[in-house]
Design a protein around this ligand. Structure first.
Ligand code: ARG
Length: 397
């Protein structure tokens, strides 16, 4: 009598594939259920993962979570100007959703444990574990627990008839992809001095190869959420994909950085996120038009903390929920349109308007007399009064 059923968060890759026989042989589970969660990864990868899951596991479940990912994770991140050290949080946002959907299957299947294929070096183990343990389920992480090497994994996969992905010399990279971000790491990129080869990019052309004429796109925001492109209302997922296409073909959204992982390790990361770059630029700009100076300054701190917690996968942390409530209040006025110019790697705002703008041409214009300039004289007299005082003490006349 074995340990019953375990549900495995499955990607179709080598790590999660060898987990299937390992969970039976080394851990003694009778039944392995694989779950693939679709968050906008390439269709061919998804199809291959589903086929492998159906073949290798006792039971397989596929969940289409694309809309849920965009509406429930990507757009909240946009409202928070979500960015960790300059990385717009793709993988980090998807993990709690993938883990959460896997947990739901586990509960339905009567399983007491959820498995994942994360290694003991990265961030994903912490994000998965947090969501699984929060649901009161046990975590089983064979790659981490058995301290496996790539070589051993390939050998084990061959013995179990698991097709091994061709990790060729030209393409030795580890790629993680969802509709908000494509992440490329490993191989020669592990040398921070090595220049990223052009061939690793899929969503963006190099700025030099982009069109010689700029492309304009108008984004409509409602409550901090983009709802239309050039006046055409779209579902969130479709809007993000359309923006990926437009910004990507103009070379917008590449990023090569050194990132501080949760454990403290520094890692070299290369990212592509055309829609994220363009929408973040537009969202920050319209916030600047409608929020007060006080709100903007405070929200910058809230956004940074939100991003750090999202990066860590701590999306059930009470502080995270409280920050979301604050952000939600500020976003009620983030309505209007932003005109964006996409050109050879840059996304630049060239115009914006909002019914909630706290901007008045009449007050600020050189041509207007609405402001009686004489009134500013009194403000100016006391501006920096303490420093004025000290300066005069230092230099007595
Ligand atoms: N560094 C990013 C994160 O922790 C992305 C990691 C993606 N993994 C990969 N194998 N490319 O969120």
């Amino acid at each position: 009598m074995g340990k019953g059923t375990i549900v495995l968060a499955y990607s179709g890759g080598l790590d999660t594939s060898i987990c299937i026989p390992l969970l039976r042989e080394r851990y003694g589970y009778d039944r392995v259920v694989t779950v693939v969660v679709d968050v906008g990864q390439p269709e061919a990868d998804l199809r291959a993962a589903v086929e492998k899951g159906q073949k290798l596991a006792d039971h397989h479940v596929t969940i289409d979570a694309r809309e849920q990912f965009v509406d429930g994770y990507v757009f909240p991140s946009l409202r928070a100007n979500g960015s960790y050290e300059g990385y717009p949080l793709g993988t980090a946002l998807a993990r709690p959703l993938i883990a959460g959907e896997t947990v739901k299957v586990a509960l339905k299947e009567g399983a007491t444990a959820v498995g994942h294929g994360c290694t003991g070096r990265g961030n994903d183990q912490l994000r998965f574990d947090f969501t699984i343990r929060s649901a009161g389920l046990e975590v089983v992480a064979p790659i981490r627990e058995l301290n496996l090497t790539r070589e051993w994994e390939i050998e084990y996969a061959r013995k179990h008839g698991i097709p091994v992905p061709s990790v060729s010399k030209e393409n030795p990279y580890s790629v993680d992809e969802n509709c908000w971000n494509r992440s490329i790491e490993g191989g020669r990129l592990e040398d921070p001095a090595f220049h990223p080869p052009e061939g690793i990019f899929r969503w963006t052309v190099s700025p030099e190869k982009a069109a010689d004429r700029p492309e304009m796109v108008t984004i409509t925001f409602e409550a901090g959420i983009p709802v239309a492109l050039n006046g055409n209302r779209m579902q969130g997922y479709d809007l993000v994909q359309e923006m990926n296409l437009r910004a990507g073909r103009n070379g917008v959204g590449r990023n090569d950085m050194i990132e501080d992982r949760i454990l403290g390790l520094k890692a070299r990361e290369v990212y592509e996120h055309p829609a994220a770059t363009a929408l973040l630029v537009a969202h920050r700009d319209i916030e600047q038009l409608v929020l007060t100076r006080q709100e903007l300054a405070f929200k910058a701190m809230v956004d940074a903390k939100w991003s750090e917690l999202a990066y860590m996968g701590l999306v059930r942390e009470p502080l995270f929920l409280a920050l979301n409530a604050f952000i939600g209040t500020t976003q009620e006025r983030v309505n209007g349109t932003v005109d964006l110019r996409l050109y050879k790697g840059s996304a630049v705002v060239v115009g914006r308007s909002s019914p909630h703008a706290i901007y008045s041409t009449d007050l600020v214009s050189f041509d207007s007399t609405t402001i009686d300039q004489c009134h500013a004289e009194g403000v100016s007299r006391y501006h920096g009064i303490q420093a004025q005082f000290l300066e005069r003490l230092r230099k007595p006349r």
